[in-house]
Design a protein around this ligand. Structure first.
Ligand code: MN3
Ligand code: MN3
Length: 337
């Protein structure tokens, strides 16, 4: 007997971009497309001469932070974004998240492009071995992945989104610090590793959008919880943040103390942890200290637009509009209730 699907109770829907559940997904989809880039647009080989002259201690930290970032982007590409995209119901949200997941694969690939340019194969392999053995990196990957792999209801979906925002808006930044600091002139007042710094800047621009978007989805999910569940997740979110912070502080001391930057990086961690809480619509829990002005400047997308033009030397594709600080403003003003 042949199978019949006639009485199938399911209705399969095609995504209709002309009828949207809210304007917000469309805006993020457009933003994703505007910002899209690939690793082939950047030439880290321009950094090779500078790399050879960097103190070995700085080279060592640089390699390791890129290795750590590769791990987080790998998790976000292969587990975080796909798991969350799989369970959200809105088709537009699925598409926006899938696109962001695709960009995570480009991020991971671009770190490898930098490695290929600066390191020998065996040096690169050593970095990847170090990633597998570093207890702090393994701790954060394990904790975040646990939330991604255990989505069963609204509460666990909310917590998975929180974990994603913590990764995007907080955990990446211990890694971003050194490339921003070097390209911003932290060492001897000279801009160094500028081509790699441009890649890092493109990644930071993407992660900002990801943190804001998933943060807004999380805020919507939060509204679906009962007051009792909200109280439970609030407690867990704060406990998770503190646990991750404790681990980040140890990771930071381990990596950055040998080059004397650990205190600066810790202030930066606090700044970004607070930003992650704000992306979730929560009150920041840490008292902020002044962050390193070089790195702060590196974070300003407006300022970076200039560097982008001056250092990229005619290498800009027309479809890539430079990102400005205003581009993020609509998101904050335009929460969807
Ligand atoms: Mn990424
Ligand atoms: Mn991301």
């Amino acid at each position: 007997m042949s199978k019949t699907f006639k009485n199938s109770p399911r209705v399969h829907k095609a995504i209709n971009w002309n009828r949207q559940t809210n304007a917000f997904n469309h805006i993020f989809h457009e933003k994703n497309l505007e910002q899209m880039w690939t690793h082939t647009e950047y030439i880290p080989s321009k950094d090779r001469a500078v790399w050879e002259r960097l103190p070995e201690a700085i080279q060592d930290v640089y390699k390791k932070v890129l290795g750590g970032l590769t791990l987080l982007d790998t998790k976000q590409a292969t587990v975080g974004m796909p798991k969350i995209a799989e369970v959200v119901e809105d088709l537009h949200e699925k598409v926006v998240l899938s696109f962001m997941g695709m960009m995570e694969t480009i991020h991971a690939l671009s770190y490898s492009t930098i490695f290929t340019t600066l390191l020998s194969n065996s040096e690169t392999d050593e970095v990847f071995e170090w990633v597998e053995e570093n207890p702090y990196l393994q701790f954060k990957a394990e904790h975040i992945t646990h939330y991604y792999e255990n989505i069963t209801d609204s509460k666990s979906l909310y917590l998975a989104m929180v974990a994603s925002v913590f990764l995007e808006s907080f955990l990446f930044y211990s890694g971003f610090f050194l490339p921003l600091w070097l390209s911003g002139g932290g060492l001897e007042g000279k801009s160094m590793m500028v081509a790699s710094g441009e890649i890092i800047n493109k990644i930071i621009a993407d992660e900002s959008i990801h943190g804001v978007y998933v943060g807004l989805l999380a805020q919507e999910e939060y509204k679906k919880l009962t007051p009792q569940e909200q109280e439970e997740v609030d407690y867990e979110v704060e406990a998770l943040l503190k646990e991750l912070m404790e681990n980040e502080v140890k990771y930071t001391e381990d990596l950055y103390a040998p080059i004397g930057l650990d205190h600066e990086v810790k202030n930066y961690l606090i700044y970004n942890a607070n930003k992650a809480m704000m992306n979730l619509g929560k009150t920041p829990i840490y008292e902020e200290k002044k962050i390193n002005p070089i790195v702060e400047n590196g974070l300003s997308t407006e300022t970076k637009t200039h560097d982008f033009f001056s250092t990229k030397g005619g290498y800009i594709l027309a479809k890539h509009k430079p990102l400005k600080d205003e581009d993020f403003e609509f998101v904050i003003d335009n929460e969807f209730d």
